[in-house]
Ligand binder design. Sequence first.
Ligand code: ADP
Length: 500
Amino acid sequence: MKVLYVCAELFPFVKTGGLADVGAGLPPALKALGCDVRLLMPGFAELLAEATSLSNVAQLPGGRVPWGAAPALPAADLALATLPGFELPVYLVLAPDLYQRRGNPYVGPDGQDWSDNALRFSALGWAAAALGQGLDPHWVPDVIHCHDWHAGLAPAYIRAFADAGRDKPLTVFTIHNLAYQGNFPGAEFVQLGLPESYFDMNGLEFFGQISFMKAAIQYADRITTVSPTYAREITMPQQGHGLDGLLRARATSLSGILNGVDYQVWSPATDALLPNRYDTGNLADKALAKRDLQIRFGLAPRAQALVFGVVSRLTEQKGLHLVPQVLTELVRRGGQLALLGQGDGALEQSLVDASIQYPGQVGVRIGYDEASSHTVMAGADVILVPSAFEPCGLTQLYGLRYGTLPLVRRVGGLADTVVDCTLENLDDGSATGFVFDDLTADGLLSAVRRAMVLFRRPDEWAAVQRHAMGLRFDWLAAAQHYLAIYQSLRPGAQLPTRAV
Ligand code: ADP
């Protein structure tokens, strides 16, 4: 089965969040299951700079299409690239006017979205649809698997071709975060080259705007998201971001599949970014990683201090505005905080202020730094993820493998992957972390205090660590679920009755 995996991020080349980790983990796992997988991505400068080979495939089609005019794109080529250390071929859309800009794939240096994002990402969807129509005659995909709004127009173009009687590859769309929808002014619809009738509430029109996310939910054959709990949450108003009604209508085509972890990158036994490695067999050596973290983050190197770590985008979603509110109490009780993150300016400032207020107890690094993220993950005792919402979350999964117990809010993928240290869960050996419900300082603080209580019982703490470190969230297991979905879409396959 030929699978085209369409996305905007790929670790380690282009990454703003977990989407990139999924791009690096899932396609190779699908290949291991026998799929013939290729990626399709925008030809970002970072990818072109890294490509070890690049061969031209074809020009992206323009001009007339069966229903009118193709998207109003600048001249663009499709090339096939090889990237170092990545085993799968990657198609790149070569459109220098759209993608040859240094920095973030979505926002300019001023922190604002690039003003031509609708066009930039329509090109990605258009290239996917063109490949589905045989643009590369040597490789025509059976399944086009699109990720997040960036690839959201692909299912719409593919449907438009099918409506015009042309071949239709199967389409699967994965929602990694419903909060980012790719909404643009309705006036930009004409440049997208879609049938006029699609600008409708039963199409991709969303309160007068164009929504790439809605387009994908509307037109993809199957929709998945990255955890079973999030799949349920997004069908309800609180987390539906205005699309819950449509998601309810498509509930039989919606399911949640947990992300996996790349244990070659994220394992304390082999982590090349750590000066001292450890595993369950020499767990005491985690103390060296802790000391290293404390020194690097300007914390007093006290073994008895319970170190809470954070590695995160600093946005409303992550619930980290609660952290400054609990710091006085956390520090008073002998805890420490090591935080690595960037994002919201006001939150960055309040965290930096806290590090000045509590020298030696609160260490804050503003920025994005892969190496430091491993330092925190290995050295902290607890990884804090108090998210308001969390589609899957990866850092709590990394924390489990590193024996850095996750402290999380009971939402989305966090609820699916962390087992609270209640007395009964401690008793039966299933506990892996600390879970709280209320998105309030009190809610967070109660979990912080429970962590501190368990930390004073080193044998029980170590037992929970060992259990957590032994768990595996494998990409192969996730890939098997995706493969089952691809197979269920084949003509003649039995359709699921209820997917969520
Ligand atoms: P999201 O995709 O919502 O940002 P995830 O938990 O799914 O959240 O994935 C976040 C990924 O980004 C993880 O791999 C995490 O280690 C990484 N990350 C987040 N912030 C930073 C940072 N400041 N420096 C380095 N890595 C970071």
